[in-house]
Design a protein around this ligand. Structure first.
Ligand code: ITT
Length: 188
């Protein structure tokens, strides 16, 4: 049995991810220390490859280290923006996507791959939430694509609900919740 891991260092440049990761890991009694870092992301086809590169670059940090990579995937746009989600939003905003989807299926999903590292060992955990792209951006909560993503069974975007409602079902929460369960089992 391994020693108790009460703290995980979460490495990311994205302040919006931090309260979500914190709230979800708190469910398993795990505390989160945020280390702000800008990753040099590789040109990669999958979130898993990006996470593997992120995990390599945090090798010098002791204890449990968590990274994650997320993307919005739209099947009618052949999975775009996917691994390019951050770049696309920074450069173009929502407008071209909303325009492209005027005559295409609005079905979409968010996917997160969370990577956990401890010494020389590492693990990956995946979470997804499926839904559709709204006709226009609505709501002020969350970050990134939250104002245009409506989960299946909802009539509101992620940006229109309290954080706890997003954290109940989101891609990130689903992946990170698996991390919490994994860490709790290792402590048991
Ligand atoms: P890292 O330092 O953790 O890499 P990042 O902002 O570059 O932070 P990602 O590459 O994982 O993060 O995320 C890609 C983009 O996808 C991100 O910048 C957001 O625009 C969007 N995104 C990710 N998770 C989201 C969420 O829960 N809600 C809305 N948009 C999200």
């Amino acid at each position: 049995m391994s020693a108790s891991p009460p703290v995980v260092t979460f490495v990311s440049r994205n302040a919006g991810k931090v309260p979500e990761v914190r709230a979800v890991l708190a469910e398993s009694g795990v505390r989160v220390h945020w280390r702000k870092k800008e990753f040099v992301e590789p040109q990669a086809d999958t979130l898993e490859e990006v996470v593997a590169a992120k995990l390599r670059s945090v090798g010098g940090i002791s204890g449990y280290v968590l990274v994650e990579d997320s993307g919005l995937f739209i099947p009618s746009l052949h999975g775009f923006p996917g691994v390019y989600s951050a770049h696309f939003l920074e450069v173009w905003g929502f407008a071209p996507m909303l325009e492209l989807l005027r005559r295409r299926s609005r079905t979409a999903y968010f996917r997160t791959v969370a990577g956990l590292r401890h010494g020389g060992r590492q693990w990956m955990f995946v979470g997804e939430v499926h839904g559709s792209i709204a006709r226009r951006a609505v709501g002020r909560g969350g970050f990134g694509y939250d104002p245009i993503f409506v989960p299946n069974g909802w009539n509101r975007t992620f940006a229109q609900v309290p954080a706890s409602e997003k954290d109940a079902i989101s891609h990130r929460a689903r992946a990170v919740r698996k991390v919490g369960v994994f860490l709790a089992r290792r402590r048991a």
